[in-house]
Design a protein around this ligand. Structure first.
Ligand code: ABU
Length: 372
């Protein structure tokens, strides 16, 4: 086996698919405060997801793994921990962890390197342990694999704006959007923080979303860590952005999907794509409106697809308009029932992390934009 993946569309050979078992509605912490009274988890309460939801999600994840295997792709799975246990560092104590359904959030694969992201939630601080058995195995099996971990963050109170959620919750939606425009989110710049799922990989170019999980120090760290890449910091209109893969999705050379509700706030992005003859197509209308019960993800998981190669894509089975659109764009679509997995942390892209795709590092944007 080998670790190798430079973009989102080269032929997929080996992937990690997450697991739902043991996932928690996590205890409140400075970065995130769940408040779902209508589903039995009002602010301050926390606990394991209902058993029937967990069993359904596990079944769908197993089915998805089988679909991938039937396409000749090797699939590995993480080892869940007891996520209900309290965790602590010398600086803080957190009543629960979260889960390991979304490897994409944590593992960034660039070429032969697997980089463990810092993450920014205390409940996710130890999530990397779920992937350590796999990473140890890859390290043994592939003598060229680079195994890296970004500096583990302290996540003390200095890393979060005091009283942020009280202020945010008191705003109306327009005010929340304005605050998103100003990049006024919960994280401070005390230390580098980023989630791997805020990065869209495109050969020599990496698009890194400024978000509620990724601060400027985090993007700066990535820039210094990948000196041979061009890091483009992108920012979209959204009150609380979290991960780029339900906002701006790279489908194949020359084609990207954008979210019509979340336009780019950095003009350089469109300019760069235009200049290099890439088409940006607005994604189709999602089939569902709003969020699933106990889900922090949006309806835009409709565009959170997994590309198997530049002609084949996995899309959530209920997203009929999205399926049609991708077929029109020339893809063979594999429809995968997955909506019941979304409360556990996302869609088909979130639930996976590439280990190997064929291909090399190419330059898809030879014409660059000054200052972007
Ligand atoms: N983790 C992807 C979720 C993004 C979204 O719901 O918009």
């Amino acid at each position: 086996m080998r670790v190798n993946s430079w973009n989102e569309w080269d032929p997929l050979k080996h992937i990690i698919v997450g697991r739902a078992v043991g996932t928690m509605v996590q205890a409140p912490e400075p970065a995130v405060q769940r408040d779902w009274p209508e589903h039995g988890f009002s602010l301050g309460t926390f606990g394991r997801f209902p058993k029937e939801m967990e069993e359904k999600a596990e079944e769908l994840l197993d089915d998805f793994a089988e679909i991938l295997e039937s396409h000749g792709i090797r699939v590995d799975r993480p080892t869940p921990l007891d996520f209900s246990q309290p965790v602590q560092t010398p600086d803080w104590k957190q009543e629960t962890m979260f889960g390991c359904m979304a490897p994409r959030d944590l593992l960034l694969v660039i070429g032969n390197e697997i980089l463990e992201a810092t993450m920014s939630y205390r409940s996710r601080w130890f999530e990397y342990l779920c992937y350590r058995p796999l990473l140890e195995q890859y390290f043994k099996e592939d003598s060229k694999m680079r195994w890296e971990a970004a500096p583990k963050p302290r996540l003390t109170d200095r890393s979060y704006k005091k009283g942020y959620w009280e202020k945010f919750n008191a705003m109306n939606h327009n005010e929340q959007l304005e605050s998103g425009k100003a990049r006024d989110w919960v994280l401070t710049e005390a230390e580098p923080l980023f989630d791997a799922a805020d990065v869209a990989r495109c050969g020599k170019d990496l698009f890194v979303q400024a978000s509620t999980a990724t601060n400027s120090a985090g993007t700066d760290w990535l820039r210094r860590h990948f000196p041979d890449h061009r890091i483009h910091v992108v920012h979209f209109l959204e009150d609380s952005p979290l991960h780029i893969d339900a906002t701006f999705v790279l489908l194949r050379p020359g084609l990207a999907l954008s979210n019509p509700e979340r336009p780019s706030l950095v003009p350089g992005l469109k300019e760069l794509f235009d200049k290099n003859d890439w088409e940006i197509v607005e994604c189709a209308e999602p089939a569902r409106h709003g969020k699933a019960s106990l889900s922090f993800c949006s309806q835009w998981l409709s565009m959170n697809c997994l590309v198997l190669d530049s002609e084949t894509v996995c899309v959530e089975a209920g997203e009929t308009a999205q399926i049609k659109q991708l077929e029109k764009l020339g893809f063979d679509v594999i429809s995968v029932p997955f909506w019941d997995v979304s409360p556990f942390g996302g869609g088909l892209h979130c639930a996976t992390a590439d280990v190997c795709r064929e291909g090399t590092c190419r330059d898809y944007f030879p014409e660059q934009i000054e200052g972007f």
